[in-house]
Design a protein around this ligand. Sequence first.
Ligand code: ADP
Length: 345
Amino acid sequence: MNVKNPLQIVFTGSSIIALLLFAVLFTIHLSIDSIHWSVLVFAPLFTFIFSLITFYFFIKKLIDSRISVIYRTIRKEKLKGSDNVKSDMRKDVLGDLSKETKIWAEDRKEEISKLRAQEEFRKEFLGNLAHELKTPIFSIQGYILSLLEGGLEDPSVNREFLLRASKGVDRMTHIIEDLDDITRFESNRFELEVKTFDIVDLATEVIESVEFRAQNKNIKLGLNKDYDPIKVKADRAKISQVLTNLISNSISYGNENGKTEVRFHKLEDAILVEVADNGPGISEEHLSRLFERFYRVDKSRARNSGGSGLGLAIAKHIIESHGQDIDVRSTVGLGSTFSFTLEKA
Ligand code: ADP
């Protein structure tokens, strides 16, 4: 028999008892003593009604108290005080409970694997951070020790050592600022100040601000042609941060006597901005991970370049918070092109 709900059990149980009673009374009626017809009818009927009420009451009480304990655990909503879940005896209470428990178990499994991934991520993040901070701290420590051990009195090195220690401090400040940025972006604790501005003008401004660094490596830096103003709608300061990072990277990782060009393409409802260099390029296997925090292609070289390893991760956050995309294409030996889109004004 396929039992679908508790009410069915109550009904079937009561019917069996009533029928049994009727059978016993009927047998007595036939073989031993005649029984009045009203007893034959009403005794089983009353027994049926009495069993129905009793079974209903006790089975409901049992189910309610048992499933309440389970529902208390699996349901997010809190049940008040000693309130029990009120089960509907006409429904497949246990089947529903089993389904809900299964879903709950799946959710917990998912939650646990998420927590594990977060734990992994936290460990990796702290490991990376410690590694990043070690380089400048060791360098500062080294120069201070050299100064203490006699360098301070040697006018040919004391100033130089102090300058180098100060560079280490700058480097640490840079890492801390980037960390602060990325934490704000990841916890959505920032607001975009979207305005209409000329992206050509902003790119020219950024190019001028890093021109000096490009000259040190004799890298030619500029727009690929003269552009009329191109108006975009975005947070100017944040887009400036993205452009500064991309152009600075092209200088840090670019070849001596190289070239970096900033280009603009008008798409249907967006502007595509490209920063293209003819540097060493990045091999395919690194491209998909390049925008991850602290991801570096050439670990030691990149760390010595002075970056925090967070620049591209921050750039990605900024562009994605504008609802736009950032991408990279690169060929080893030919160079890299980083590109992102902006909303046309
Ligand atoms: P970093 O502070 O190390 O520069 P980024 O997130 O800005 O951190 O860059 C991540 C890594 O991507 C760099 O360490 C470098 O290996 C690689 N990279 C970025 N831009 C370029 C580029 N233009 N050419 C070659 N490699 C690049």
